[in-house]
Design a binder for this molecule. Structure first.
Ligand code: RB5
Length: 142
């Protein structure tokens, strides 16, 4: 899968961990949209870049990390073809894929630890959409 990942300064450490994890344990192609250090930046810039790339079909999935994940998910969900899910644990990640066909996972680098985040990323990438009645519901978003 082609994946694009991005964070602000508050999500930088967790973004680096996710990127390393995916390159060491999977065959996914992961492109890093930044940020590339801990210097303070405005999260909307990165959220727009990742969401736009998912919306235009360049990448199948996006991962966005800021301090809480809230700002990133708010910006990403302004794009019609983006379904960003802000998650803090595994159950909602699984449901976001199975029922909502989420194509962007937003996480809070100041909210969750690395161990759970890496499991969430794996689950986000491996869980299929159930389709059926859920596809009908997703088609009603717009
Ligand atoms: C940065 O301080 C923080 O506001 C940002 O990372 C994010 O949590 C916004 O939603």
């Amino acid at each position: 899968m082609n994946i694009i990942i991005g964070s602000d300064h508050a999500g930088f450490g967790l973004k680096e961990a996710c990127r390393r994890h995916l390159s060491e344990t999977s065959n996914h192609r992961v492109v890093d949209a930044g940020t590339f250090d801990c210097a303070s930046i405005d999260y909307p810039r990165v959220a727009h870049q990742v969401a736009q790339a998912v919306a235009n079909g360049e990448y199948e999935r996006g991962i966005l990390i800021c301090g809480t994940g809230i700002g990133m998910s708010m910006v990403a969900n302004r794009y019609r073809k983006v379904r960003a899910a802000l998650c803090h644990e595994l159950y909602t990640v699984r449901m976001a894929r199975m029922h909502n066909d989420a194509n962007v996972l937003a996480m809070g680098g100041r909210v969750i630890g690395e161990g759970i985040a890496l499991e969430m990323v794996d689950l986000f990438l491996e869980t299929p959409f159930e389709g059926g009645r859920h596809a009908l519901r997703v088609s009603q978003f717009d």
